[in-house]
Design a protein around this ligand. Structure first.
Ligand code: CDP
Ligand code: CDP
Length: 216
């Protein structure tokens, strides 16, 4: 990819294991890890914190475009700051879970976030996980994976974390939105993780990356 370092894209629905797999894979390969959902969550928190209605598209777009969004890599993992504040403790709040799909469906918000992520890839090799990483953000990378698991398994995984996150609602919104919906990119490799451990998924991805010629 012109001007970009190597990027491994991992997309999939909620609780399919993207973050856990991406984090471990990044360690194994010595790459940095970017959780794109955390960027949309940080932005959503910022919007709600300012009392802006999640339906006020114009005001949200203006606020996001005016915000200073920056990324610090700590232990090779992305941390997003909005106007110099790191909202990491709030990213899984119920109100963020409930509004993030709506905020992230706004085209100008997505444009800002996509630009950010492409910038990160100018400086380091990355594992990036999300919904549109292989299809829209880094369509040029040959290293694309779509991880999935049955809805029952995914719900169980979230519940085991003690979360009340209504993942079916977010999934529906993410699949159905007109801009950058969650799709399986045509050249992505699909892995059903329903019966695999995190380690098992990482092993499978590494095997496939080697087959594709990525030096590991
Ligand atoms: O961890 P989980 O899969 O539950 O969610 P996440 O990756 O933190 O993403 C939270 C929300 O951000 C998703 O439900 C999407 O609405 C949005 N998102 C997106 O639109 N595009 C991405 N590349 C990543 C997340
Ligand atoms: O990022 P995403 O929402 O796709 O999933 P995650 O946060 O990485 O994983 C959700 C939960 O499922 C975590 O508690 C993981 O430890 C667990 N998990 C699992 O038990 N087996 C897998 N193959 C993948 C994830």
């Amino acid at each position: 990819m012109a001007n970009f370092h190597r990027v491994v894209a991992i997309d999939g629905p909620a609780a399919s294991g993207k973050s856990s797999v991406a984090r471990l894979l990044a360690r194994r390969l010595g790459y940095s890890y970017v959780n794109s959902g955390a960027i949309y969550r940080a932005i959503t928190w910022h919007i709600l914190q300012r009392g802006i209605d999640a339906g006020d598209t114009e005001r949200i777009a203006q606020t996001v475009e005016a915000a200073r969004i920056s990324c610090r890599f700590r232990n090779s993992e992305s941390h997003i700051l909005v106007d110099d504040f790191d909202p990491v403790e709030h990213l899984r709040d119920d109100r963020v879970n409930e509004n993030v799909s709506r905020v992230s469906s706004i085209p100008r918000v997505r444009k800002t976030v996509v630009r950010e992520m492409r910038e990160y890839a100018r400086h380091r090799d990355l594992i990036v996980e999300g919904r549109d990483i292989g299809s829209v953000v880094f369509p040029e990378t040959p290293y694309k994976f779509y991880v999935d698991a049955s809805p029952e398994v995914r719900l169980r995984r979230r519940a085991a974390e003690g979360q009340r996150d209504k993942i079916a609602m977010r999934d529906r919104a993410d699949f159905l939105r007109p801009i950058s919906p969650l799709i399986i990119a045509k050249d992505a490799q699909v892995i059903d993780t329903s019966h695999l451990t995190i380690e098992g998924v990482v092993k499978e991805i590494i095997t496939r990356l080697k087959e594709m010629g990525l030096p590991i």
